[in-house]
Design a protein around this ligand. Structure first.
Ligand code: MGP
Ligand code: SAH
Length: 258
């Protein structure tokens, strides 16, 4: 009799655990979060502090958006700048912060769904009137673009970017980093690039040599609550020039603050 009761208790607790698991699974489905996105969903308030006010993201948006604290830092560098062009705007993480401190922002993305999401998110932050949204290919639009600062946050090839020890610039999408930088430089030398934390820093420095004289460069490590997330590279006036010592091999002023 006692053994039978024990068996019944075990059976009941197994049923309870199964039911709990089913509820958790259903919760995930109802909030529309795929297993890939789950990790980023848990960080949703780091990505957008006003997430609960109607922010929307798609799958690529979840794993690519710049966390708000980092985007605020990028924007602070551009305070008072005339026109900032966000060439790969995604769901608007950066464009929104630029719009809060600059005269005007041009936000470009090749994916119409991203542009719709970025517009929605800009409305949540009340900055939609300061942003021109463009659906288009940056490389095609580049010859006709005019701006004071260019922000480059291209695709890194998905979350698997960290599978390699050193991320080389030829892995950036849809074109390699050198080609991208060359196109960007024709618009303005004041460029900010958001790159993987495992990027090859020597290659990054070499980008500044594509200009003569070499562009000033500052390399910054970005953390969110102590977690190393990414690297931002500031070129031209976007870098802190006079204070950036020691000199690099090229003679360009460089500050590495990782
Ligand atoms: P991550 O490394 O995928 O996340 O992305 P996390 O939480 O650091 O993962 P962990 O498991 O290593 O701890 C870190 C940050 O990089 C994201 O929040 C995005 O801002 C940025 N990021 C990631 N990807 C895959 C891209 C991308 O393809 N393009 C751009 N522009 N940014 C990206
Ligand atoms: N910084 C953004 C995330 C950018 S992710 C944010 O905070 O939300 C990179 C984006 O580049 C993706 O949304 C992708 O659709 C876009 N993209 C890819 N190729 C492009 C191209 N040729 N021109 C413009 N955008 C492109």
């Amino acid at each position: 009799m006692r053994r039978w009761r024990k068996k019944r208790r075990i059976f009941k607790s197994k049923v309870r655990i199964k039911a709990k698991k089913r509820v958790l699974k259903e919760e995930k489905i109802t909030r529309g979060v795929s297993p890939l996105v789950e990790k980023y969903w848990l960080q949703r308030y780091d990505l957008f502090w006003r997430y609960d006010e109607g922010i929307k993201l798609d799958e690529e948006g979840w794993f690519s958006v710049t966390p708000e604290e980092i985007a605020v830092g990028h924007a602070q560098r551009c305070t008072g700048a005339g026109v900032v062009i966000d060439c790969f705007a995604g769901v608007g993480g950066n464009a929104i912060q630029f719009a809060r401190v600059c005269d005007h922002v041009v936000a470009i993305d090749i994916d119409p769904e991203k542009v719709a999401l970025a517009m929605n998110n800009a409305k949540v932050y009340g900055v939609e009137d300061h942003i021109d949204f463009i659906v288009g290919d940056f490389f095609q639009l580049a010859p006709s673009l005019k701006g004071d600062v260019l922000f480059l946050s291209p695709p890194w090839g998905g979350p698997s970017y960290k599978m390699t020890k050193k991320f080389t610039l030829d892995s950036l999408k849809p074109k390699d980093g050198h080609s991208l930088f060359q196109v960007a430089q024709k618009i303005t030398p004041h460029i900010i690039m958001y790159l993987p934390r495992n990027v090859d820093l020597l290659e990054v420095e070499q980008l500044s040599w594509l200009s003569s004289p070499p562009l000033d460069i500052e390399i910054e490590g970005n953390t969110v609550r102590g977690h190393f997330k990414a690297i931002t590279v500031y070129f031209g006036d976007a870098a802190i020039t006079q204070l950036c010592l020691p000199q690099t091999l090229s003679g360009a002023a460089c500050k590495v603050c990782i």
